[in-house]
Design a protein around this ligand. Sequence first.
Ligand SMILES: [Zn+2]
Length: 400
Amino acid sequence: MRAVICSHGELDVLERPEPVPGRGQVRISVLRCGICGSDLHARHGIDAWADMSARAGYDRLARSGDQLVFGHEFSGEVAEHGPGCRKDAPVGTTVVALPLLRGPQGIDATGLSIHAPGAYAEHTLVQESLMMPVPNGLGADVAALTEPMAVARHAVRRGEVGKRTVAIVIGCGPIGLAVILMLKSSGVRTVVASDYSPSRRALAGACGADVVLDPAQHSPYTAVPGRGHLEDIPSALELAVATREKLGRLPFGWWHAWRLAERLGAAPKHPVIFECVGVPGMIDSIVEGAPLFSRVVVVGVCVGTDQFTPAMAINKEMDLRFVIGYTPLEFRDTLHMLAEGEVDPSPLITGTVGLDGVETAFKMLANPEAHAKILIDPRSAVASPEPPAAMPGSRIPEPL
Ligand SMILES: [Zn+2]
């Protein structure tokens, strides 16, 4: 079979033997595979990442000198069952799968470990227990987005965003856009999206963001006024003292009223901010600019060392949460949301290439104006993705 091999930062299309499914594994014929920002990063920076993951106990991530096949966002067709499979999904079934593979040495990350070559290839292996038939005739293109959409679903769930909470998405690359889609599909009424790139802002609008802005022109933190967010220390002190004064006018102990209010969930209003950029300085800029009590969900993967001032986050009693991946249930639910049309990620897909076009696609993805998500179709001969004619839904809602 043909596969894109990454070694020493070079991408080459080479012949490889078809993988043979081991116990509980299934060989699938790849229909589509998304090119992920983490693949772009891993092409040149996988050693730092491998070192870090080894420090957390997983030392089987590929090294730059290995012959690695990327690809962890895929859909495919069942081609062959390994021994011990239940075979609930017969040969020919369109499926997606979590990118994890159980081997004799343990569980490996598909597309990031040489022990589990990914889907930048005509065939790849999946774990039958983590494989799911694609329901409702959902197309292979959108099905391949189950993985990144599940990342977004997990991030949104970890953000615990109420429908009336203001959600602010910093960075509208594929993951930021996926977060916007998942926020809107979970009924969040006000989603603010911020990105320097006009194309990405257009896509954010197409994904349903209510306010889309250029952070060079407007602050995302003050774009939706009148929501009771506390912008500075004096307003927090005022809230505390004034609440105490008001409750003091009640005919019973103010502490009973305060305790009851806490039990009913009363708390200072705050936005939930999704950091979807992942470069040094982002957390610091959010800590500096965001309102008091903000909850920050860090989705963007910054591999380098970063710094911020904890005292500033303390001043604002910010809540910093870091997220990774998803559970098998979140993955399954995401697939069904896509298949039922509850969320439509098709605006994200800006191009498709064959295996020979992967190198060009990587170059194009380095420019945020050109593309968002490029899919690989291993059966296609397209060697260069079409430049997206006009980004869909180029309506940019005016910032408030
Ligand atoms: Zn990914």
